[in-house]
Design a protein around this ligand. Structure first.
Ligand SMILES: [Zn+2]
Length: 461
């Protein structure tokens, strides 16, 4: 070591600095041997030396930016501490105030927003103080994630942060670095890591929901194994991110992109399930049938009043061992009226219809008023079918209505052939958010007059 013609050395290795004599020959005390030669200062770890390449990069970026040797070492220790990687273990021996004199010590700017861009053109190290209240609150809760990328190349840049008190005020100090190339123009984003994980978990739960419905309704049976595989892989990936004490730049976007693809897959699966179920609804299928294949059991049974005919109805809450539950209303006269998730986003489905048949044709106009929890932003997909047991499907126009947040009315029309004039039809409706499904059915008279629920109406016989 004493023969190395350098004035400074950092060794990012376990126990790379021994302060006292060790069991090894003194020549293998790297620090003392190096300082015996032309070297003026030595930096190493007295512990495990966690930090590896990042620690070396940060040290070199800080030192080359004009920070004193002691400050550069302290920054490495800060990063270990802030990331929760290790104890601050790097020690500097020798001329702690030496500098590279290559550049002046970079200025520290203050930013008031959670996202900002800095043209750090030739800089290796960027320090900023962020006063944005939400970012400070996230850091206090342990939910803050800092992501830095080059604006032009979108390449991630190394970064870490620390919550600090400046006077009476808490601020987030962000430190981004790169070595040996410069940072370039960078975009710094302070993000809510727990919200990113929540959205990812919601998408996984949406996919899980549709897989479980497909199983209990016995549809898409050939695809179930593959979908379960995607879900397991997604959950495994999410757990691996959740267990890390910090996210490298780029991680948040990687999770968001995975979230989006899982959500799109869940919506595609939902679409296929709805198409299968609505086709069954044209026959003898009721959504409540699907739960019977699962492990749903009656939890409570109470008396209610049918929303259409006003006679006594039975209201059941069903629950399965996984904790899923259903609220099912059955009228003695009208059959199953409603099947929803208790406390869910779709609170009720009000189905109204009018007979628009003329002299030469028979048809229905069906209006579904979806009573939704206004706080749920997920679009709601609505499909409808006319149940004509034993007969062909009646075309529904449009096949599907998507209600964006704020919309609640879906309108459909059905046109029947002359030979489809049975005594009684039912209108069946399925409505679904990203992770919830609801069902409603109404008996409908085809006698040629307009039927106006919900006032009590005469028997269809
Ligand atoms: Zn009724």
């Amino acid at each position: 070591m004493r023969d190395i013609a350098a004035d400074l050395m950092i060794t990012s290795s376990c126990s790379s600095l021994r302060l006292a004599g060790s069991c090894l020959d003194p020549r293998f005390n790297l620090a003392l041997s190096f300082l015996d030669g032309p070297g003026r200062a030595y930096v190493g770890s007295v512990l495990s030396g966690a930090g590896g390449e990042m620690a070396s990069k940060l040290f070199l970026a800080a030192y080359a930016s004009g920070h004193e040797l002691g400050t550069s070492t302290m920054l490495v220790n800060s990063m270990l501490r802030c990331f929760g990687l290790d104890l601050p273990s790097y020690v500097c021996v020798g001329a702690v105030d030496m500098t590279s004199h290559a550049r002046p010590t970079p200025e520290i700017r203050t930013f008031s927003t959670s996202t900002f861009e800095v043209d750090a053109e030739g800089a290796l190290l960027l320090e900023g103080l962020v006063t944005d209240a939400e970012s400070v609150a996230l850091a206090e809760r342990g939910d803050l994630v800092v992501d830095v990328e080059n604006v032009d190349t979108l390449e991630p840049r190394e970064a870490f942060f620390r919550l600090e008190a400046v006077g009476d005020e808490l601020v987030v100090r962000v430190i981004a670095f790169q070595f040996p190339e410069a940072l370039g123009p960078v975009r710094v984003r302070l993000l809510d890591g727990s919200a990113i994980m929540r959205r990812a978990e919601d998408a996984a739960q949406a996919l899980d929901r549709w897989i479980r419905l497909a199983k209990s309704a016995r549809v898409l049976t050939e695809d179930i194994d593959e979908l379960v595989g995607v879900l397991q892989y997604t959950r495994h990936t999410l757990r691996s991110f959740q267990s890390r004490s910090w996210w490298a730049s780029g991680t948040a976007d990687a999770i968001a992109s995975r979230t989006q693809s899982v959500l799109e897959l869940a919506r595609e699966v939902r679409g296929r399930i709805l198409a299968e179920l609505i086709s069954g609804c044209a026959g003898g299928f009721w959504l409540t049938n699907a739960w019977m294949h699962g492990e749903f059991r009656n939890e409570t049974i109470s008396r209610g009043r049918c929303p259409v005919c006003g006679t006594a109805s039975i209201e059941r809450i069903l629950r399965n061992p996984a904790g899923e539950s259903r609220f099912v209303v059955v009228c003695g006269r009208d059959g199953i009226m409603l099947d929803t998730e208790p406390g869910g986003a779709i609170q009720d489905l009000d189905v109204r219809f009018s007979d628009v048949g003329g002299a030469d044709r028979l048809g229905y106009a069906v209006t579904v008023d979806v009573q939704r929890d206004p706080s749920v932003m997920s679009p709601i997909v609505v499909r409808a079918a006319i149940s004509t047991p034993g007969r062909a499907e009646v075309p529904c126009r449009p096949a599907e209505v998507v209600l964006e947040s704020g919309d609640s009315i879906a309108e459909f029309s059905f046109e029947l052939d002359e030979d489809q004039r049975p005594n009684t039809h039912s209108v069946k409706v399925l409505a679904a958010t990203d992770r919830e499904i609801a069902f409603a059915a109404r008996k409908v008279s085809t006698s040629g007059h307009v039927v106006a629920p919900p006032s009590p109406r005469p028997s269809t016989r």
